[in-house]
Design a protein around this ligand. Structure first.
Ligand code: FEO
Length: 387
């Protein structure tokens, strides 16, 4: 097993999930990795573990460096099972290892596993000396679980923030400068949009807490390690957490006979005419997690569906449910769609956009197939709204 030394005496010993294609509904076409880190000092420390089915891979990497039974501390930065799933098997081998977690981490661990030992609870500001290095802890509640925390090694200027700054990428490369920046940046944005987005206020707090730390490397628990683009990814997180908006639109819709699509294209033409960027995304072929990546920085979110059986199409309902849960902030919404006789879908979409906290443009409804004069009206109405 190949282990990778990320700093002298500190190794990546994680697992690569090449075949992962869905992370509880978040499409992961590039797979993912679960990054565990081994610090070899007077004390031996493992920071996080991997999903249970990658235990052997992680174990092999650790065993190529040290006798795993000699691990002194296992840091559990986050209880979610992609990082704690190998803990039960590991504890059978690491008889003397002490588990370190936040207070909520202890609670979570006890609700997931029958632990054979107590958990050493740490809070922000606590440190543990491990030889020539020390571990400092920063709790980051709700980034993105109540238990989440970061471990910082000041002597190495190394931050291990678990999910924060992660990306779902499986690769044999380990560092940001070994992959194309545009790809990593896009995957980091997708990760933020689909996992971290509801917790902007908590991210801002966490960024404030780590802003006092001298950091030259950020080693998250998924994807590539940041060593060249540390400032870039921190800046991106700050902007996303502050709800940065680009003058850009997302038009997400589904259609039955092409009429709602005709309206969607008319809406697209307006944004295009205004010189704005717009994405036209048919929800029957675009995954909702990819739509959310576009939503992250878009100011205008237009959602359309025809009326089917007194409601909207299920693809549109799924997207709205998903987006509402992720609570994007500072957006302007527009509901649109065609109908035959009832026309309820557009009102239902508008209600959900309102419940999501969006300010609203006047909705657009068209009966059956919108003729050119109706399309022109739609065009002019939206153009006026964008003035
Ligand atoms: Fe990567 Fe919240 O687990």
């Amino acid at each position: 097993m190949r282990k990778i030394e990320i700093k002298k005496g500190i190794y990546w010993v994680g697992g690569i999930d090449w075949n992962l294609r869905s992370f509880h509904g978040y499409l992961t076409p590039k797979g993912s990795s679960y990054n565990a880190y081994l610090v070899v000092d007077e004390k031996i420390v493992l920071v996080d573990t991997v999903k249970h089915y990658l235990f052997d891979e992680m174990y092999g990497r650790i065993a190529s460096l040290i006798d795993p039974a000699k691990i002194d501390y296992i840091i559990c930065n986050h209880v979610e099972m992609d990082h704690s799933g190998s803990l039960p098997d590991l504890l059978k081998i690491c008889k003397k290892a002490e588990i370190i977690a936040s207070q909520n981490g202890e609670k979570g661990l006890l609700m997931h596993y029958d632990l054979d030992r107590p958990v050493h609870i740490v809070n922000t500001g606590d440190t543990v000396k491990i030889g020539k290095r020390s571990l400092a802890f920063v709790t980051m509640p709700m980034v993105h679980w109540p238990d989440s925390m970061a471990t910082y090694i000041p002597e190495e200027k190394l931050l291990l923030p678990n999910d924060a700054f992660g990306q779902h990428i499986a690769s044999c490369e380990r560092f940001d400068d070994e992959c194309e920046w545009a790809i990593i940046q896009r995957e980091a944005a997708k990760y933020y949009a689909n996992i971290v987005l509801p917790y902007g206020a908590q991210v801002r707090k966490a960024l404030e807490a780590v802003s006092n730390l001298d950091v030259e490397m950020i080693a998250p628990s998924h994807g590539l390690i940041w060593r060249t683009h540390v400032k870039d990814i921190v800046r991106s997180y700050r902007e996303w957490a502050e709800g940065r908006q680009a003058n850009k639109a997302v038009i997400a819709y589904d259609t039955m006979w092409g009429s709602t699509e005709k309206i969607a294209k008319a809406i697209y033409d307006v944004f295009e005419k205004k010189g704005m960027s717009a994405s036209l995304l048919n929800l029957s072929g675009t995954h909702i997690s990819d739509v959310m990546t576009e939503v992250l920085e878009a100011k205008y979110i237009c959602v359309g569906s025809p009326t089917l059986n007194n409601g909207m199409l299920p693809t549109v309902a799924a997207f709205l449910t998903y987006m509402k849960g992720l609570s994007p902030r500072n957006k302007t919404g527009l509901a649109f769609g065609s109908y035959g006789w009832g026309g309820q879908s557009v009102d239902q979409i508008e209600n959900i956009l309102k419940e999501t906290g969006f300010t609203l443009f006047e909705k657009i409804k068209a009966q059956y197939i919108p003729k050119e004069n109706i399309i022109s009206e739609i065009f002019e109405k939206l153009e006026r709204s964008l003035l």
